[in-house]
Design a protein around this ligand. Structure first.
Ligand code: APR
Ligand code: PHB
Length: 402
């Protein structure tokens, strides 16, 4: 083994959570080393959602990486809901006193953060294997890993577990110290990325039809992202591009179906839908962040945004610890983050329940869903609830009443 690396915060995982945390800590003069299991190209090849709340855009600016989203993000003032073959606009901007969301892909966010980290010469160990974490219940936590066959150790003050749902950090917490809440949905999303102009460049379209859910989103004016609800038994290979486009058209209103521009898929994949929360998010000197602690179904586009706000709460807490020698921030991190997470879990579950066809919801269940959709687009109170959650709740809930 080489001599130990010494840092203040060891960050496990170089997804958006780990990279954003690294950047915010760097801005505050706090040292961190990031250890990532995969290569940079692999991390960038994962296609995920791409709708940013204003809080997330603000954080990217605070971290000094806001140029990309400012130049290439597309601001949306509304969303549209299609049901019973008719499209209805929800004026998110008007209903929230001027708030918006921005379409900018997670891949682009990750690339911007990686570039900033490289430019600042900050240490990231990619393709680290056998990553393990130790002694986080004491004062001197350690991280061990192998790089190019050589065993290495990091000694640190804190470990940030930013290693996603399948990471090592949550799995290292003793079973009795963590409580997990989970809901698995009886369907998946089949997603296609294609270099065609988006059918709806100014509003994300969410559809609920007899054939199932559909979603029209975008990455840029020349790149579209579309999804349809599919069975969990479905295989990607069974979905030719033609079959996908035909099915998507059948789930939209006639005008959109007519307007959609189709083309070859750049990426096509099936993702299951899950709600998951692990509590608490602090275990001694280990903090869980982002997908390591919670998963939302993608319907509300909250996954990346929640990861960003966890990171904001954690970076503020660590900055208070190092600058002011106060522990109240790190003591409150889990409670503060979970309060916002459960609100987003509730919203994501609700929108998923409203917009999908469930195998067991014929008859009464379907009638109630129809009535709720109708109420939602005709009641300003109901539309406002949707809009307020869609743009993202404030970091501090007291602001909601203001
Ligand atoms: N050691 C080191 N790195 C690991 C390990 C491990 N044992 N296990 C996983 N990782 C890495 C993964 O390779 C990945 O790059 O941790 C990173 C976690 O990244 P994400 O899964 O993207 O999670 P996070 O950064 O929290 O991003 C939040 O919210 O729902 C979403 O789609 C959204 O992925 C996005 C996210
Ligand atoms: C996406 O653009 O990938 C996207 C948009 C909205 C969602 C989910 C995913 O709710």
């Amino acid at each position: 083994m080489t001599s130990p690396i010494r840092t203040q915060v060891a960050i496990i995982g170089a997804g958006p959570s780990g990279l954003l945390l690294g950047q915010l800590l760097h801005k505050a003069g706090i040292d961190a080393v990031i250890v990532e299991r995969q290569s940079p190209d692999y991390v960038l090849s994962r296609i995920r959602a791409g709708i940013l709340e204003q809080v997330t855009v603000d954080l990217l600016h605070e971290a000094g990486v806001g140029q990309g989203v400012a130049a290439d993000g597309t601001v949306h003032h509304s969303i549209e809901l299609v049901f019973s073959g008719v499209r209805h606009a929800i004026d998110v901007h008007g209903l929230t006193g001027g708030k918006v969301v921005t379409a900018y892909g997670q891949t682009e966010v990750t690339r911007d953060l990686m570039a900033a980290r490289t430019a600042a010469g900050l240490p990231t160990v990619y393709e680290a294997s056998s990553v393990s974490i130790h002694d986080f219940d004491g004062q001197r936590p350690k991280v061990r890993f192998q790089k190019d066959g050589v065993e290495q150790e990091i000694e640190c003050d804190f470990i940030a577990g930013c290693d996603g749902f399948h990471g090592v950090c949550r799995a290292s917490v003793p079973e009795g110290s963590i409580k997990e809440y989970e809901k698995v949905y009886p369907f998946g999303w089949l997603g296609v990325l294609s270099d065609v102009p988006p059918v709806s460049p100014h509003a994300i379209v969410y559809g609920n039809s007899e054939r199932g859910f559909s979603l029209c989103s975008m990455r840029s004016m020349t790149r579209s992202r579309y999804y349809i609800q599919c069975s969990l038994e479905d295989k990607v290979d069974a979905w030719s591009d033609t079959r996908f486009w035909d099915e998507l058209r059948r789930r939209l209103d006639p005008e959109l179906a007519e307007r959609i521009v189709t083309g070859p898929s750049l990426e096509k994949s099936i993702a299951p839908l899950r709600s998951f929360v692990a509590e608490p998010m602090r275990h001694g000197r280990l903090f869980l962040c982002g997908d390591a602690a919670h998963i939302v179904p993608p319907t509300g586009a909250k996954g990346l945004n929640l990861a960003a706000t966890d990171v904001k709460y954690l970076s503020s807490a660590l900055i208070d610890y190092y600058k002011d020698h106060t522990e109240s921030g790190i003591d409150n991190y889990s409670t503060r983050a979970l309060s916002r997470i459960w609100r987003a879990e509730r919203f994501s579950w609700w929108l998923t329940s409203l917009m999908h066809r469930f195998p067991d919801s014929e008859g009464f269940g379907q009638k109630v869903q129809d009535a709720e959709l109708d109420y939602l687009v005709h009641s300003q109170a109901a539309s406002t609830t949707l809009a307020e959650n869609y743009v993202g709740l404030p970091l501090d809930f007291a602001e909601l009443r203001a």
